[in-house]
Design a protein around this ligand. Sequence first.
Ligand code: FES
Ligand code: FE
Length: 438
Amino acid sequence: MKAADLVDSSFGTIGRRIFWDPAIYELELERVFARSWLFVAHESQIEEPGAFVTTYMAQDSVIVARADDGAINVFLNSCPHRGNRVCFADSGKGRAFTCNYHGWAFGLDGALKKMPKMGLYKSTPGFRMEDWGLRRARVASYKGLVFATFCEEAPSLEQWLGDFRWYLDAVLDVEDGGTEFLPGGATRSVMRCNWKFPADNFVGDIYHALWTHLGGAEPTLGRHGGVIVENEGSYQVSVNGHGWEFNDSFFGNAATMGDRELLRYMRSRQEAITARLGDFRSKMWGSVASATIFPNFSFLPGYFTFRTFQPKGPTTTEIHAWTLVPKNMPDDIKDRFRRGSMRTFSPSGILEMDDGENWEHSTSANAGWVTRNQKLCYAMAPAGEVERDDLPGEVTAGQLSDANQRLFYKRWAEMMDAESWADIPTAGSDARYSEAAE
Ligand code: FES
Ligand code: FE
């Protein structure tokens, strides 16, 4: 069966099979995750030589380390000797990674440096130290975000992100000094759901906020300041399956719930950000919005929560979440964002739990044989054409639409069905994002 047969992206029906079938999940690991550029770290997490974090690229455990020359290396966290996990820490600083089992030691670039009884190997005909390092990935950064892929055929990160970079600057380039993840590490939680439910929720499902988040929003924002979403003055944009839905009101966002200081601060920044990025993107910084960088890296602009949805099987997803802020933001404002994102989108946050419950039940309902063979509806149409065709990417008017989700699954199906990267159409090689008019 072809993935494209399960995804009717023109009308908007999706076969439920893609959310439960173990065979499809296995193919996703091979054809989607192992061929994509995946987010692995923010540069601020590993500023010093020797600093490292461990994370996952799908189910592959990897080490992300800063070498003495400043380069960032990403390599498998599994020893080529007998396969043992090499590093057990979430983060730290060191000179080498030494395997617990027989003591093989690897450098900050993953190269095999030494092992006990090294002479026995060196005298073995055909054995070469350089053949037995930790398998290295290709690594590239975009304005602080570090991505990696083990796929040699994949296009460059620039092409992969394409014109989406123009929009990403609305969170990554709002002032000199760049951004950082607030120190203290990630929150991690496990949800019994397929990874695509949260990824598709963030790529374009503001629709759910009107209902799911009402109970959390009203007590904090008040009955009339709750979840306001209209198609008037709002948009969805999609590039290569990445998507962002937003509106043009500079409203503030969930981290500002009940915190007027945060809202005041965001409004005080609006003029400077407009001067830097133009009116359109300045609104993206602080509007009710959400985004996914295909396949599983999502964020909420304005809430500044950034998260990966790490697949752990067809019905299990591990969420790793951080708070991203401009580096030069005052410390007390950073701390308010920290508390705001913990209060809303953390394992104990008032909004995240509402989402998680929905995604878990959307997944577990597929235990029924009849249920699992039904289709799901992604037919909500865009509100209208966008008058500004100078904006990069596929832009549709109206936040309340399944347009981005349809394009997310179109991309997913293209990758699932393609034998090689040559068969995966990729826009953005001639990125015009830098020329887009304001
Ligand atoms: Fe790592 Fe043997 S498994 S040194
Ligand atoms: Fe939500």
